[in-house]
Design a protein around this ligand. Structure first.
Ligand SMILES: C[S@@+](CC[C@H](N)C(=O)[O-])C[C@H]1O[C@@H](n2cnc3c(N)ncnc32)[C@H](O)[C@@H]1O
Length: 334
C-alpha cells in the first residue's frame, strides 16, 4: 500500500533546517507588548467562567485551557502555520478530492479548518465538533455539533459516514482517547481516512546545542508533572499512532516535521512557519500553564507569568535555534 506514503512524501521535509545567518544579529525588545497581550483578557459570556483573567468554558467538567480572544489568536496562528507547512493543503491523507462527500473536524475550535475546507470543497459537507459554542462564519456546506467528541456522535443525518476525520491540536482536551478514536471509527465509511496533527512538547535543536538550561526547555518539562497532576495527556503525539492502530485503523503512517520556534530558517517556507509558530507559542503558553499549574501544582499566577516572560525573553534574545517536532498520523478504516 504505497498510496499514503506518496501523499505524505510531498511534504519532503529537510532533515536539518538550514539557518538564516542574519538571525540573532538583532534581538527583539523584551518589553514587546505582544508578549504580554495574553495576560489581560476578561469576559462574561454565559456558561463561561473567568479565572485569573482568562475565560474558560464550563461544559461538562470544562477544559483546562482558556477559550477567549487570546486563544482565538492562538488558533489562527496554528491554522496559518499548518497551511504554510503543508503547502496550502488542508489534509495529507491519500483520499481523492472527488471522494470527499462528508468530512468531520474534531475539536474544531473557531472552525478555521472546517470553514476553509467548506470553501475549498463546496460540494463536500463539513461537520465541526467541539465542546464549546462559538460564533463561526458558516458556509452553507458547514455545520457544527456542540458536544464532547468522546461521546456518541449525534448527527443530523444518522446515516452519515465520514470520508475524512481531521483532528488537530486536541492535546490535553481529551481524557479518553480510545473512546474518541472509537467514535471516529464508527462514524467513518470503510475506506475513509483519519488524520491527526499534534505538536510534540519536546524542544530540540539541529546543531547539538545543549538547551537543558533554556527556559523554553524548562517550561516544556513542566508538562510532565502537569499531566500527572491533572490526568490530562500532554504527550498524545507520542501515542496516537498506536492508539489509532488499536482502534482498528490500518495503513497507519506517521511522519514528524519540524516547527522552528522563530523565523530562524533561511528557507522562506520554514521562516514563515517559524514566525507563526513563535506567535502560536507566545499566545498559547500562559493559557496552557495557568489553570493546571495554579490548581494542581500550587503555583501562583505570578510564578506562571514569570515562567512565560522568561521563555518569551529568551526567544526574543534569539539565543537558540529551537524547533518543536510536529507529528502527523494518518490511518484508513478497512
Ligand atoms: C486548541 S483548539 C484547536 C482548534 C482546531 N482544531 C485547530 O487546530 O485550529 C482545541 C479545541 O478542541 C476542543 N475540544 C477539546 N476537547 C474536546 C472534546 N473532548 N470534544 C470536542 N471538542 C474538544 C476545545 O474546545 C477547543 O476548541
Amino acid at each position: 500500500m504505497k498510496q499514503h506514503d506518496q501523499r505524505m512524501d510531498f511534504l519532503n521535509p529537510p532533515a536539518v533546517i538550514p539557518v538564516d545567518q542574519e538571525y540573532g544579529l538583532h534581538s527583539f525588545d523584551t518589553e514587546d507588548e505582544d508578549d504580554t497581550s495574553a495576560f489581560s483578557v476578561t469576559s462574561s459570556v454565559y456558561n463561561f467562567r473567568v479565572e485569573n483573567g482568562r475565560r474558560y468554558h464550563d461544559y461538562k467538567d470544562g477544559h483546562p485551557f482558556p477559550h477567549d480572544e487570546v486563544s482565538e489568536e492562538n488558533e489562527v496562528c496554528m491554522h496559518e502555520m499548518c497551511l504554510s507547512l503543508l503547502d496550502d493543503k488542508f489534509y495529507v491523507s491519500p483520499i481523492d478530492e472527488s471522494q470527499l462527500r462528508n468530512v468531520a473536524d474534531v475539536g474544531t475550535g473557531m472552525g478555521l479548518w472546517a470553514e476553509g475546507m467548506a470553501e475549498k470543497y463546496p460540494d463536500t459537507e463539513i461537520v465541526g465538533i467541539d465542546l464549546t459554542p462559538h460564533e463561526r462564519p458558516t458556509h452553507p456546506n458547514c455545520s457544527y455539533i456542540i458536544s464532547d467528541a468522546t461521546d456518541e456522535w449525534v448527527l443530523d443525518d444518522p446515516s452519515t459516514k465520514f470520508d475524512l476525520v481531521h483532528i488537530r491540536s486536541l492535546f490535553v482536551g481529551v481524557k479518553d482517547w480510545p473512546a474518541l478514536y472509537k467514535q471516529c471509527f464508527e462514524n467513518m465509511r470503510s475506506g475513509g481516512w483519519i488524520e491527526q496533527l499534534e505538536v510534540v512538547i519536546d524542544p530540540r535543536t539541529d546543531d547539538g546545542t545543549d538547551i537543558s538550561d533554556s527556559y523554553v526547555r524548562q517550561v516544556a518539562n513542566i508538562s510532565v508533572p502537569m499531566g500527572e497532576a491533572s490526568g490530562r495527556d500532554f504527550h498524545v503525539s507520542m501515542s496516537m499512532k498506536s492508539m489509532i492502530e488499536q482502534a482498528g485503523f490500518v495503513d497507519v503512517h506517521e511522519q514528524t516535521l519540524k516547527l522552528p520556534l522563530g523565523p530562524w530558517a533561511s528557507d522562506q517556507k520554514y521562516k514563515n512557519v517559524g514566525r507563526f509558530y513563535e506567535r502560536f507559542y507566545k499566545t498559547g503558553l500562559q493559557g496552557w500553564l495557568l489553570h493546571i499549574c495554579t490548581r494542581n501544582l500550587g503555583w501562583s499566577v505570578d510564578q506562571v507569568n514569570d515562567a512565560c516572560v522568561k521563555a518569551f525573553q529568551e526567544i526574543n534574545s534569539r539565543k537558540y535555534l529551537i524547533y518543536f517536532p510536529f507529528t502527523i498520523v494518518v490511518g484508513r478504516k478497512p
